[in-house]
Write a protein that binds this ligand. Structure first.
Ligand code: ADP
Ligand code: MG
Length: 260
């Protein structure tokens, strides 16, 4: 692949595994030899922390990028542990939401910032906030495709209908080529009948877009971020780390089939 593919890890619900998927996919793709840029687009800065970067101490963040004050090269830091580059964030980013409203081309700020960088990466992963706000619209406008993490619960499936509607609107107005690259089942508990049912519904609805890889609920995955590590670095042999590695390989294989 010559230029990078921008993937927005998105789901309008909070606590469904977006950040966990973004960070672990970034580390796993890097481990598999891919050049990865992770973009933390959530003012909570959880992806920044999980990448081993102190979010309070940032001189520059995605905030400066979106407001056009700085370029990617000024904002980018290296996650040494993860083996990828990061555009970090902290609470300042919440201000960008408000300030951007006054600006011209406010929906395309991230796209414009990322485009000149794509030659340097195989994948750019955007960790989205849990809302449909201007930050998320920037992500969906910049992205080639979406990755949607899903907890297989009844209400999770309901939220997905909202997301599908949002994608339709973004396609109509801002990003006609946007597609869904995959739906990934996360925090999965296969002893739970409801989870099995929702999983079957997902496959009916999304077909081959559902990743074969299922990420199980795994305590090592939940523990890793507090050490500033991905599951892969924290406990490589854990079921969670192995699942994200497998998902990364599946993603690479799919891109190869689709574009090569
Ligand atoms: P979001 O970014 O969508 O808000 P997070 O990735 O922060 O969601 O995940 C929400 C919570 O669930 C976090 O505490 C995280 O550690 C935990 N979590 C995510 N994936 C797993 C998993 N596979 N196993 C166990 N805990 C998980
Ligand atoms: Mg998050």
């Amino acid at each position: 692949m010559s230029t990078g593919r921008i993937l927005a890890i998105t789901n309008q619900k909070g606590g469904v595994g977006k950040t966990t998927t973004a960070v672990n996919l970034a580390a796993s793709l890097a481990q598999l030899g891919k050049r990865v840029l992770l973009i933390d687009l959530d003012p909570q800065g959880n992806a920044t922390t999980a990448s081993g970067i102190e979010k309070q101490a940032l001189e520059k963040s995605v905030y400066h990028l979106l407001l056009g004050e700085d370029e990617v090269a000024d904002v980018r830091v290296r996650s040494e542990q993860g083996g990828y580059d990061l555009l970090p964030s902290n609470r300042n980013l919440a201000g960008a939401e408000v300030e951007l409203v006054q600006e011209i081309a406010r929906e395309t700020r991230l796209k414009q910032a990322l485009e000149p960088e794509l030659a340097h990466y195989d994948f750019a992963l955007i960790d989205c906030p849990p809302a449909l706000n201007l930050l998320t619209v920037n992500a969906l406008t910049a992205a080639h495709a979406l990755i949607i993490p899903m907890q297989c619960e009844y209400f999770a499936a309901e939220g997905l209908a909202d997301l599908v509607n949002t994608v339709k609107k973004i396609k109509a107005r801002l990003n006609p080529a946007l597609t869904i690259d995959g739906v990934v089942r996360v925090m999965f508990d296969n002893r739970n009948t409801l989870a099995q049912n929702v999983s079957d519904q997902l496959k009916t609805h999304f077909g081959s877009k559902v990743f074969n890889t299922v990420v199980p609920r795994n305590v090592r995955v939940a523990e890793a971020p507090s050490y500033g590590l991905s599951a892969l670095q924290y406990d490589r042999s854990s079921k969670g780390a192995q699942a994200y590695l497998q998902m990364a390989q599946e993603l690479i294989d799919r891109q190869g089939n689709a574009h090569g």
